[in-house]
Design a binder for this molecule. Structure first.
Ligand code: DX5
Ligand code: ZN
Length: 234
């Protein structure tokens, strides 16, 4: 899907719940994806970890390719890698529609974000909870969205850090109403509304979705809670 079309789609569908496959049953990947499609998921979030930028290893290019063969949903690929520049082209070829890199790995990300855009993917810039917002502020024009981490990148199932809320609110003011904001980590029934109220459009949820038997019910519930809080904010 062309970048502008995907961004417009997400903008109009917001708030969107993005299931993170990190918490899925990888032994049954195709079935998990089918269930998420049937549950009304509009996008899938894929976490790539190298055991160096973060202390955990998840999966790589072949798994993204396999997911791509299993669905037409947009793939939001979150690179938690020390050297993301080496792998952007490969993940794009594998089927990534959105590619996010971390400011902590690439302190001046202008060239890399341009490269991501040049591949035809949506370019995202992410920051961990301890990283101050000013580190990304100068690069907003070089990216299509910011992914605010509400846990330290590396593991699913961690507790939400409210520092993300201040960052989302500030970014919403800085970047304006049309700019896509995403939040990732510890999103559940208790936190999703606060993130939507603070300005998040795309809310990534791993364990909150996969710990339930009925993905449709939890995705709808999270979406409704986000919608409610977003609406009451306006
Ligand atoms: C953490 C990942 C997240 C993770 C979220 O480094 O970036 O996408 O899957 O998992 P939960 O929703 O369980 O915090
Ligand atoms: Zn992620």
């Amino acid at each position: 899907m062309p970048v502008s079309k995907l961004l417009t789609k997400l903008h109009f569908a917001a708030p969107v719940i993005g299931p993170s496959l990190l918490a899925c049953d990888f032994a049954d990947l195709r079935h998990e994806i089918r269930q998420l499609e049937e549950a009304g998921a509009r996008i899938l979030h894929l976490d790539i970890m190298d055991g160096h930028f973060v202390p955990n290893i998840s999966f790589g290019v072949p798994v993204v390719e396999a997911v791509r063969r299993s669905t037409e949903l947009p793939l939001d690929v979150h690179l938690m890698l020390s050297e993301p520049a080496r792998y952007v082209a490969a993940f794009r070829r594998a089927g990534a529609d959105m590619i996010t890199v971390h400011i902590e790995a690439v302190p001046d990300p202008r060239e890399l974000l341009n490269e991501i855009r040049a591949t035809g993917a949506v370019a995202g810039l992410s920051l961990n909870p301890p990283t101050p917002l000013y580190k990304v502020e100068d690069y907003l024009e070089y990216c299509d969205f910011v992914l605010v981490m509400s846990v330290m990148a590396g593991f699913g199932g961690q507790e939400f850090d409210p520092v993300a809320l201040e960052k989302l609110s500030r970014l919403r003011k800085l970047a304006g109403p049309g700019f896509l904001l995403s939040v990732d980590g510890g999103i559940n029934r208790q936190t999703v509304g606060r993130c939507a109220a603070a300005g998040a459009d795309l809310l990534v949820a791993g364990s909150a979705v996969f710990s339930e038997d009925n993905y449709g019910q939890i995705i709808t519930e999270l979406k409704n809670l986000a919608e409610l809080h977003k609406t009451t904010q306006v």
